[in-house]
Structure formats: structure tokens, C-alpha cells
Design a protein around this ligand. Structure first.
Ligand code: ATP
Ligand code: MG
Length: 680
């Protein structure tokens, strides 16, 4: 196999095949590239069967990109037999095989955050004693989630102190787990939590999977949390062929329980591990790299790394001060157009990175105004929109009728005469008779409470769903079947009835169509498409990775990319605009309890800077509107850490929005410019 496109350290890492290996190296040094070559080397040179390869990354997009690179090296057929996925996708795959051992059914559904919160709210209201104080459901949700990520079971989660919400969380956690189990549903954290339980409690399974995944590779290891760490430890305990790569300076998920200590202590956990460092950066110009190095040096606890670039110094970086968010957006879009025109670039060569998704609005408006194509990664929460959730709820209930959260969502949507009162009576009856709600609906004998009309409606509802369950089970044409289901249910009419203006109705109908499109795309990609397979993908997309199904499919288009700093990890772009360099954005003012960590925010800035290959422009605004009122903004404290000699500082060079006359003049001079270029 040709390894000549690697440097000696990279080659050594690729050739190392048995035993634990740690690759600790800075941004853009080829870590991900090493993983892909290493996979190819194992399969092609070491003749390891493809089924024994397991590679894990952090986001679905990163997983897909890694798979594409592996396909180039070993061919699609071989690559199809490997698992290259996120931790959670792996968990779901293993649970779908073996979850029955834990008393769940294999048709389990996965609840999104909003549903999870609703369930917790209900439980808080019903069964706990809050002594008249108002419980903070989101805080309780976070505490339970945090406990699961630390692998703490309901029984072990004792209220460690007298904190009000912690005490409530301790009460609710077991009730919540029971409710989930009754609904045959998991929350996002259960995916790893239960996979680990399987591995711990069933040695035969553990042994089988240890043999199956004989070679394990993990990208972005610095962002693993305790659950992920434990999963790896269990899977690799016997063969110890674990190769992890990462950069402690890019650890940005501390708020979600990631432990950068995992990477710093790898040698202790895996004695005899080979450690390889990579020091050459192949991505960024010298100036960009020097700026990144200067910024990250302000962090206390870190492993000092040398990182150099053979590329020249390149363009200086620019720091632009803008008046407000409008001005910031105009400046960025104008620069994109200028650079593109001068250097004949594609739109996809540009990325706009921000700390929080709300910042995207002004840019979207300006890009649309200027007719510049763009893709927005994450933020709009496609699958969180009401009409989308309604449609998906139908699919969820068809896949798993025990899922009462979704069942209640659609019971009277569209309205079919099972009002709230009837629904409550049904829930009560189901509790009284200790029968799942769905069972009750299918055989509602003796349920006079909901009246004859109600009974008829229930019968029609269950018959429809049962019919479609049968159809979905026996077809690979998921998109078409879903389209017919939505029509039979009358979702479109309901959307049109419910919207207060035609524009809104149209957008909602488009979103409904987008769900069907997402099914069609899934169907095309998958060898064996199934409804629950699709739903898994959607749910995991939702949480794992801030990018969202349908929209994301358009990534291939030539378009400017807008995304948060978190989702930009691992990616690279020729020209990057890092916007909103202000206090409260970066460092972000976090809600109390989740720990505002300035070092972590600095690492986030480091991640952002190191995405850029050729130019990097940093921007901040003097004021921004909040609830319609302008508010003064304080420049980020990190600005002072940017080396003065590498970063040009100036006011955003854009004038206020042009008048129509000025616009005409610009257009004229633009066309005469083109004519001049063409030699007219
Ligand atoms: P990050 O820390 O951002 O995840 P990384 O260490 O994973 O970065 P890669 O994405 O693997 O780095 O590589 C960065 C860029 O450098 C890619 O464009 C890659 O193709 C290129 N590259 C890596 N190694 C070499 C090499 N030996 N020769 C030429 N180009 C290389
Ligand atoms: Mg990488």
C-alpha cells in the first residue's frame, strides 16, 4: 500500500497494528487522515477482515466524511462491512440486537429532548413533593442526564446534598426510568447507559463483541465522556487494539461531561501504549497557525505541543470592528463576494462560524438579499418543528405502539373527536387496568367513558395505524408509504387549517414534504431500509450532531457554509469568518450550573481559528439589538490575546446600506468592470 503521502510519524502510526496507540497532536496535523489510512492498511496489508474494524467519530457528518475517505482507499464493497459511526449509532445498533436481555423490546423508540422534558414535567407535577416550591424541570432533566453520563443508576443517585432540585431529581429519576421502560422508549443518554449495562451484565455478549470489534479506532478522543470511555474500555479489554487520536486543546464538550483527562491519562489506563506525536500542520498558513498557538497558550492545564507549518506566512489575519449585527453581516457578505470575484472561488470555499445559532439570522438575511447560496448547519432544528414532529409521531407509533409520548401527541391530531377529557379518561383507565394505552385503544370494550362517537373514532384510528404497520413491515418503499399515510390521516388539510397565513402554511407543507424527502434519501442509501432504521437516524441526527437531516443533504451544493463553532470541529475551509467576538458570546455567558469555563471557550476559539486554510477574518460589533433595542457590546477578552503583529485591525470597511441610486451606480460599475475584463 502506498504510504508515500504521509510523513514518517504518520506512517509509523498507520503501520502500528497491535496494542494500544495514542496519537496526540494539534489541529490540522493529519490525525483523521492517519485513521483512514490505518483502516486501509489493516484491511489491505494486515488482511484483517473488514467486519472487525470499528471506527468512531463525534458527529454524523464526520463519520460520513471518514467513510468516504475510506471508500476511496479500499473500495465501497469492503468499506460497507466496517462500522464507521458515532458512539450513539453504534449503541443503537447493538441495542437493536440485544436489548431484550434488559427487558425492553427491540422496537424501542428514542425520545427527543422536548418529549423527555415533557415527561419529566408530568412526573414532577404528579408524584413528587416539592413542598409548594416551583421545580426547575430543565435542571432536573440535566441532573438526570448528567447522572446517566456518569453511569450512576437511579438506585445509586442519592441526593448528595440538600439542593432542592437535586432532591427532586433523585425522586424523579427512578420514576422516569420506569415510565420510559413502560413506553418501550429510551432517551438519548440511555443509548450508551444501557449498552454499557449489557456489556457489564452479560459476559457472553461482551466476549462476543470484543472478538467482533478486534480493531477499534477513535477520532476526537478528547471529547469522550465517562460513558464513552467505559464503552471503549469494555470493548477493548481483551484485544487491546485501541487506537485513539485527539488534541486536548480541542476539547469543547466539557459541559456535556467530556473529560479531557481521558486523553491525558491514556498511557496510565493502557500501560505499554505507543504514543506518537505529530507536529506538522498541513492545513493553515503560518500566520493563522501562529495566532492559534498564541491564543491557546493562555490556557493553564495543557500539554505543550509544537505545531509548525511548511506553508508560507500567508495573508495577515484581519480583525474588523463593525457598528452592529447588520453591518457585520454586510461586511462579511461583501468580502465573500469580493474574494470570490477576484480569485474565482466557489461559494463552498467560505465558512461563517459563530458561537450560538441565533447569530445566524443577520447573515442569512444578508446572504438571501444578495442572492448568495448558503447552507445552514444546525440551528433551525428541522426535526423539532411542530408539523415535522407530528408527522414523525405517526411513524414512531407505527414502529413502537407502546410509545405513549408520541401516541398521545397524535391521538387527537388531526381532531377526531378524542378531546382532552377523553384522553385523560383513557390514560386513567389504562393505569387502572394496568394495560398499555395502545392495547386499551385496540380493545376498548367496556370503555363507556368516552362515548360512542369516541369509540368509533378510536376504532378508526387504530385500524388505520395497524394497516400501515403491516404495510411498513413489508415494504422497502418507505417514502411512498409515508406519503400515503400522511394523506390518509389528513395531515396536509390540518396544516392548512391550522396556519394563520398562506406563507406559513406553505412553509409547513414544505417541511412535511421534506420529511418524505428525508425518507427517500434514507431509502436510497440503505441496503435494507426499515422504518425504525430511519427513525434512529433522525433521532440521532437530532442530538448527536447539530446538523439536521433533510437540510444537510444539500451540503454537496456550492454554497457558503454557516455553522456553530461546535459543529465545525474536524472540518476545514479555505476562507473563514469568525464572527461575534464579544463578551457573552465568546466567552459565552452560560446558564448557571453548567459551568462557564473560560478555558473551554478559548479552546473553542482555537478550534475556530484552526479551521481556516488561507484567510481568517475575525469580527465584532459595537452594539446588537436585543428584543428590538440596541445594546452596547464589549469586545471579547480573547481579542487581547491575538498577536498584534499578525492581525490587522480596522473598522469594517462597509458603508451603511446603499440607497437605490447608489446601488444602480455600483451595478453599472460592476458591469463595466466585467466588460473591461472581457476586453469589450
Ligand atoms: P483536526 O485537529 O482539525 O481534526 P486533523 O489532525 O484530523 O485536524 P486532518 O483533517 O487529518 O487533520 O488533516 C488536515 C489537512 O492536512 C487535510 O487537508 C489533510 O488532507 C492534510 N494532510 C494531512 N497529512 C498530510 C500529509 N502528510 N501530506 C499532505 N497533506 C496532509
Ligand atoms: Mg480530525
Amino acid at each position: 500500500m502506498d504510504l508515500s503521502s504521509l510523513n514518517p510519524e504518520q506512517r509509523a502510526a498507520v503501520r502500528h497494528s497491535e496494542g494500544p496507540l495514542l496519537l496526540l497532536a494539534g489541529a490540522g496535523s493529519g490525525k483523521t487522515r492517519v485513521i483512514t489510512f490505518r483502516i486501509a492498511h489493516l484491511v489491505r496489508v494486515k488482511k484483517v477482515p473488514a467486519e472487525q474494524i470499528l471506527a468512531m467519530t463525534f458527529t454524523n457528518k464526520a463519520a460520513r466524511e471518514m467513510k468516504e475517505r475510506v471508500v476511496e482507499l479500499v473500495g465501497a464493497k469492503t468499506a460497507a462491512n466496517m462500522i464507521i459511526s458515532t458512539f450513539h449509532s453504534l449503541g443503537v445498533r447493538l441495542l437493536r440486537q440485544e436489548i431484550e436481555r434488559l427487558g425492553y423490546k427491540r422496537t424501542f423508540s428514542i425520545l427527543g429532548t422536548a418529549d423527555q422534558l415533557r415527561l419529566i414535567r408530568d412526573l414532577l407535577q404528579e408524584r413528587t413533593d416539592s413542598g409548594g416550591r416551583k421545580p426547575d424541570a430543565e435542571r432536573v432533566q440535566w441532573l438526570i442526564s448528567d447522572a446517566k453520563n456518569r453511569l450512576i443508576s437511579p438506585a445509586a443517585f442519592a441526593a448528595a446534598n440538600s439542593d432542592f432540585n437535586r432532591t427532586l431529581a433523585a425522586q424523579v429519576y427512578p420514576l422516569y426510568q420506569n415510565a420510559l421502560k413502560a413506553y418501550n422508549a429510551l432517551d438519548f443518554d440511555d443509548i450508551l447507559f444501557l449498552t454499557i449495562r449489557l456489556l457489564r451484565e452479560h459476559p457472553d455478549l461482551c466476549a462476543r463483541w470484543q472478538e467482533q470489534f478486534a480493531y477499534v479506532m477513535v477520532d476526537e478522543y478528547q471529547d469522550t465522556n465517562l460513558a464513552q470511555y467505559e464503552l471503549l474500555r469494555l470493548l477493548c479489554a481483551r484485544r487491546r487494539n485501541l487506537c485513539v487520536v485527539g488534541d486536548d486543546d480541542q476539547s469543547i464538550y466539557g459541559w456535556r461531561g467530556a473529560e479531557p483527562g481521558n486523553i491525558l491519562e491514556f498511557e496510565r489506563d493502557y500501560p505499554g501504549a505507543t504514543v506518537i506525536k505529530l507536529e506538522q500542520n498541513y492545513r493553515s498558513s503560518g500566520n493563522i497557525l501562529a495566532t492559534a498557538n498564541a491564543v491557546i497558550r493562555h490556557n493553564g492545564k495543557r500539554r505543550e505541543k509544537k505545531l509548525w507549518s511548511a506553508a508560507g506566512a500567508g495573508e495577515p489575519l484581519e480583525l474588523l470592528h463593525c457598528d452592529d449585527e447588520e453591518h457585520e453581516a454586510r461586511t462579511v457578505v461583501e468580502r465573500i463576494q469580493g474574494l470570490r470575484f477576484r480569485h474565482n472561488l466557489a461559494f463552498r470555499d467560505f465558512a461563517i462560524l459563530y458561537r450560538t445559532n441565533v447569530q445566524s439570522r443577520a447573515f442569512e438575511e444578508q446572504l438571501r438579499y444578495e442572492n448568495v447560496p448558503y447552507v445552514l448547519i444546525g440551528g433551525q432544528q428541522f426535526f423539532d418543528r411542530k408539523e415535522v414532529k407530528d408527522a414523525l409521531a405517526y411513524l414512531q407509533v407505527i414502529a413502537n405502539p407502546l410509545d405513549e409520548v408520541n401516541l398521545l401527541r397524535i391521538l387527537n391530531y388531526p381532531k377526531r373527536g378524542i378531546g382532552e377529557q377523553s384522553a385523560e379518561r383513557l390514560i386513567e383507565a389504562s393505569a387502572r387496568r394496568k394495560r398499555p394505552l395502545w392495547e386499551l385503544l385496540r380493545r376498548p370494550e367496556g370503555l363507556e367513558e368516552i362515548g360512542e362517537k369516541g369509540l368509533a373514532a378510536v376504532a378508526q384510528f387504530t385500524t388505520l395505524l395497524e394497516t400501515y404497520r403491516g404495510r411498513f413491515r413489508h415494504t422497502v418503499h418507505l417514502a411512498e408509504t409515508a406519503r400515503e399515510l400522511f394523506a390518509a390521516v389528513g395531515l396536509e388539510q390540518e396544516i392548512m387549517r391550522g396556519a394563520d397565513d398562506p406563507g406559513k402554511a406553505r412553509r409547513r407543507l414544505e417541511n412535511l414534504a421534506e420529511v418524505i424527502n428525508a425518507l427517500a434519501v434514507y431509502e436510497e442509501r440503505e441496503a435494507v431500509p426499515t422504518l425504525s432504521g430511519f427513525l434512529d437516524k433522525v433521532t440521532l441526527l437530532d442530538r448527536d450532531d447539530p446538523s439536521h437531516g433533510g437540510k444537510e443533504e444539500k451540503l454537496g451544493r456550492d454554497a457558503v457554509v454557516l455553522m456553530s463553532l461546535h459543529s465545525s470541529k474536524g472540518l476545514e475551509f479555505p476562507h473563514v469568518f469568525l464572527v461575534g467576538l464579544e463578551e457573552e458570546f465568546l466567552p459565552h455567558r452560560k446558564s448557571e450550573g453548567e459551568g462557564a469555563d473560560v478555558d473551554e471557550e478559548r479552546r473553542l476559539l482555537y478550534v475556530g481559528i484552526t479551521r481556516a486554510r488561507l484567510t481568517l477574518t475575525l469580527l465584532h460589533a459595537g452594539q446588537r439589538r436585543k428584543f428590538g433595542k440596541p445594546q452596547l457590546r464589549v469586545p471579547s477578552r480573547f481579542i487581547e490575546e491575538l498577536p498584534v503583529e499578525l492581525v490587522l485591525r480596522s473598522d469594517g470597511a462597509v458603508r451603511p446600506a446603499p440607497t437605490p441610486a447608489e446601488e444602480q451606480a455600483t451595478a453599472n460599475s460592476f458591469f463595466s468592470g466585467i466588460k473591461a475584463l472581457l476586453g469589450d
